[in-house]
Design a protein around this ligand. Structure first.
Ligand code: UD1
Length: 372
């Protein structure tokens, strides 16, 4: 009998995690993945472009929930997801399991809707903990893991955290990092693009910056301070800064646009709209340094061996610091400057790619799903 798996995506970082899982599941004819997009991210640059770049099939079902407060967004997904899951797969039959990835609101809401209908939940990227509950994603991680009976983990700290929280060993599977599967698969295509030439950049002679965490961008003073530091950095090294819509909206509403405009062309601060997966990977993979508050980018930089100055006081991905290329700098301008000096002088640590971040994590997940 063919088993129907509900595979849920919603926001930008979900797509590159689900794509290799869908591909790996093709080897198992008795499993039929049904792709459900919640619509948490809806701008073409945050969603459609990823489907193209990652060669993902279009979603079988789209919930079109859009933006809202956390409660609104989660409530809308819960309501619509319950309906879809209760109705069963498009060509009939009950969903035998749901797969959720990462830590966004869609992850939590979909897992909760499924658990309430007694549909078993598999969570990919389980066990990661920043131990900082002011971060919306930490709540999402904790709740999703509580609901899941199959926990796919990307690094050993996740195994430890799940054991501490009382999960049994037979539920925990250390499989590696699916996002790195996508990175290794698409790196040659990304590096074949002319993105650097188009932006007037040379390999290893620029920094890539991304900022979108509420803790960094939702207060005027913090965001203003960070933009000033970036303008300083741009005096030493050209910066490419693809801006997330949340950050752009805050810059406008706080009246901070002048900080970018003053420094843009003359001082090497190149602000762009959000980029697709391939274009962005072509930039990060050839950068001198990455400055970011993104979770995924800490991991991607580690896999690529590119220094990553992480604009956060903590991380749920500690292996990127202990084995990889990331350093936590909080939002301390002095620490950023010191680390940047080390990068420019060739004294920054080199790091290594963690075990099981080998391009085959999704195959391991598919095999476990197929045999359980
Ligand atoms: C979400 C995730 C975060 C992830 C990030 C990656 C949660 C709690 N947060 O944050 O973990 O790192 O995605 O991008 O799930 N907006 C648009 N167009 C869109 C989507 C959003 O303009 O397609 C704007 C809206 O003003 C919206 C705001 O961005 O209110 C925030 O979007 P939301 O999905 O709530 O959170 P992100 O900040 O994107």
């Amino acid at each position: 009998m063919v088993r129907k798996l509900a595979c849920v995506v919603g926001a930008r970082p979900n797509f590159m995690k689900m794509a290799p899982i869908l591909r790996a599941l093709r080897s198992y004819p008795d499993i039929r993945p049904i792709l459900i997009h919640t619509g948490q991210h809806y701008d073409p640059q945050l969603s459609d472009v990823f489907f193209q770049d990652l060669e993902m099939p279009p979603p079988d079902i789209h919930l079109n929930v859009g933006s809202g407060s956390h409660a609104q967004q989660i409530a809308r997904i819960l309501e619509k997801m319950e309906e879809v899951l209760a109705d069963g797969a498009p060509d009939g039959g009950r969903f035998s399991r749901i797969i959720v990835v990462g830590d966004v609101n869609s992850t939590l809401a979909a897992a909760l809707a499924a658990a309430k209908l007694e549909i078993p939940v598999a969570h990919v990227e389980a066990g990661l903990r920043s131990f900082d509950r002011s971060m919306p994603e930490e709540i999402n991680r904790l709740v999703t893991d509580t609901l899941a009976d199959m926990l796919f983990v990307s690094e050993p700290s996740g195994v430890e955290n799940l054991r501490q929280e009382g999960h049994s060993n037979d539920q925990i599977h250390l499989v590696g990092n699916v996002m790195i599967d996508t990175l290794f698969a698409l790196l040659p295509r990304a590096q074949g693009l002319d993105t650097l030439a188009r932006l007037g950049l040379r390999p290893k002679e620029y920094a890539v910056v991304t900022l979108h965490r509420p803790a960094n961008v939702d207060q005027r003073e913090t965001l203003g301070g960070l933009l000033k530091v970036l303008a300083d950095v741009a005096l030493q090294l050209p910066i490419v800064f693809p801006i997330h819509p949340r950050t752009q909206k805050r810059i406008e509403s706080f009246g901070l646009q002048h900080l970018l405009d003053n420094h843009k062309s003359s001082r090497g601060l190149n602000v762009t709209p959000p980029l697709g997966y391939l274009e962005f990977l072509s930039l990060t993979s050839q950068a001198k340094v990455v400055i970011t508050d993104s979770g995924g980018l800490q991991e991607e930089s580690t896999a690529l061996g590119i220094p990553c100055l992480t604009v956060r006081p903590n991380t749920e991905r500690p292996i990127t610091v202990t084995e990889g290329t990331s350093t936590l700098i909080g939002n301390d301008p002095d620490k950023l400057r010191t680390c940047l000096e080390e990068v420019l002088n060739g004294r920054y640590k080199t790091g290594r790619c963690p075990d099981l971040w080998d391009g085959h994590a999704a195959e391991r997940i598919a095999a476990i799903l197929a045999h359980n």
